[in-house]
Design a protein. Structure first.
Ligand SMILES: Cc1cc2nc3c(=O)[nH]c(=O)nc-3n(C[C@H](O)[C@H](O)[C@H](O)COP(=O)(O)OP(=O)(O)OC[C@H]3O[C@@H](n4cnc5c(N)ncnc54)[C@H](O)[C@@H]3O)c2cc1C
Length: 354
């Protein structure tokens, strides 16, 4: 018998969840209910870099477990014919530090490639020793969300098992009426997965959610093909543009762009990489990272329309939704939904947990 799952949210977390469900189970139908899709989501505007960032309070062990799974997933796409379609790149990243800055070796240094510390001699060779004296470097993956969200959407549509409904839910209790007005029956739903990002603040009245505002500028600079971080600045090449950032303004709900932020981002970056003064500015965008200390991934049983139902919550990924999303989706499938599918699915791969 087929199982039916509602996923709320169509950002990286909702789409990754739907993808992992159809990868794992044959007999499934999924309804994705979301207020916004593709270029209207926060995920679409992100830099697309694999690197844990702004994810306070979530244990390193979980970050590394989810991050590794996602890294392996993107790496397998990188080594497949789908790489260009999905917008995946493998680039060298450099964290540049001044004498008074100390950043410990990150706990995820074994997940990325060839993690190495940089000393003053390395910085001299890079012609950057007048500004920085140490740092570290590693190879990592960048997944341009413009391409990747569409790529996953196309995979989901091609299965004929996934239906998309555009609707903002005020409460989880709205789900039965939204399904009914789209010719679907809530009584046949076996589980709900809530991937609403910052939307969980109002959907669930989760006051532990907070925005971490980020502003970025996309420029045309095809010569820039390494990732750099220094101070509050970052440079993340995507396939079609280079992302210049950034800000991380905790508690700021403003999604309009600020001239002051733009000037600071550009001045700081031009100071280190004057070549970028010649890069044409394409877009300026501000988005809100879904902050939560820690990220929420758990499940509960709730009653909706007198029907008890399992709801899995997965939101609050801060600046790491692309980095962790596929790994979280894997945990949802393996740990939270397996019991629902266990009874009747020939492809149940609980062993993949081992
Ligand atoms: C400037 C910037 C740069 C970033 N760079 C990176 C990076 O390089 N690497 C990285 O890993 N992360 C990065 N991030 C963070 C990343 O973008 C987020 O962690 C990620 O987008 C969160 O994904 P999500 O699916 O939870 O949220 P979203 O993309 O916001 O999607 C939420 C979905 O839920 C839907 N929804 C919400 N509430 C409701 C409701 N009530 N009813 C119906 N639907 C609802 C929305 O419509 C949407 O479809 C960046 C963020 C910003 C702002």
């Amino acid at each position: 018998m087929s199982k039916n799952v509602v996923v709320i949210g169509a950002g990286i977390i909702g789409l990754s969840t739907a993808l992992r469900i159809v990868e794992e189970y044959d007999n499934v139908s999924i309804v994705i209910i979301a207020d916004t899709f593709l270029n209207q989501t926060t995920s679409y505007g992100s830099g697309g870099l694999w690197e844990p960032y702004q994810i306070a309070g979530t244990p390193d062990e979980k970050i590394n477990q989810w991050g590794k799974k996602a890294f392996e997933h993107f790496l397998s796409i990188y080594h497949s014919a789908d790489c260009a379609k999905a917008g995946v790149q493998l680039l060298q990243a450099y964290q540049l530090l001044k004498a008074n800055e100390n950043v410990p070796v990150p706990s995820w240094s074994d997940i990325v490639f060839n993690f190495q510390e940089l000393d003053n001699n390395d910085l001299k060779k890079m012609n950057l020793s007048d500004k920085f004296c140490k740092g570290y470097t590693f190879g990592t993956l960048i997944i341009e969300q413009k391409s990747y969200l569409q790529y996953v959407t196309d995979i989901l549509l091609a299965t004929n098992k996934v239906k998309f409904i555009q609707k903002k839910l005020e409460r989880l209790d709205d789900i039965p009426s939204v399904l009914a007005s789209n010719h679907a029956n809530f009584n046949s739903i076996d589980a709900i997965v809530n991937c609403t990002g910052l939307g969980a603040y109002s959907l669930l009245n989760d006051n532990s959610m907070y925005p971490i505002r980020g502003q970025v500028i996309r420029v045309k600079a095809p010569w820039m093909n390494s990732v750099y971080f220094f101070g509050t600045s970052y440079i993340i090449p995507n396939v079609d543009s280079v992302v210049l950032g950034g800000t991380a303004q905790k508690g700021d709900w403003n999604t309009t762009t600020s001239l002051e932020d733009t000037q600071k981002i550009l001045n700081d970056i031009y100071d280190v990489f004057p070549s970028l003064t010649q890069a044409k500015i394409e877009t300026i965008w501000a988005g809100l990272r879904p902050g939560r200390t820690p990220l929420r991934l758990d499940s509960e049983h709730v009653t909706i329309n007198n029907k008890p139902i399992k709801v899995v919550h997965c939101y609050g990924h801060g600046g790491s939704g692309i980095t962790l999303g596929y790994g979280c989706a894997n945990e949802i499938v393996v740990d939270h939904l397996a019991a629902i599918f266990k009874s009747n699915n020939s492809r149940n791969k609980i062993l993949s947990k081992l």
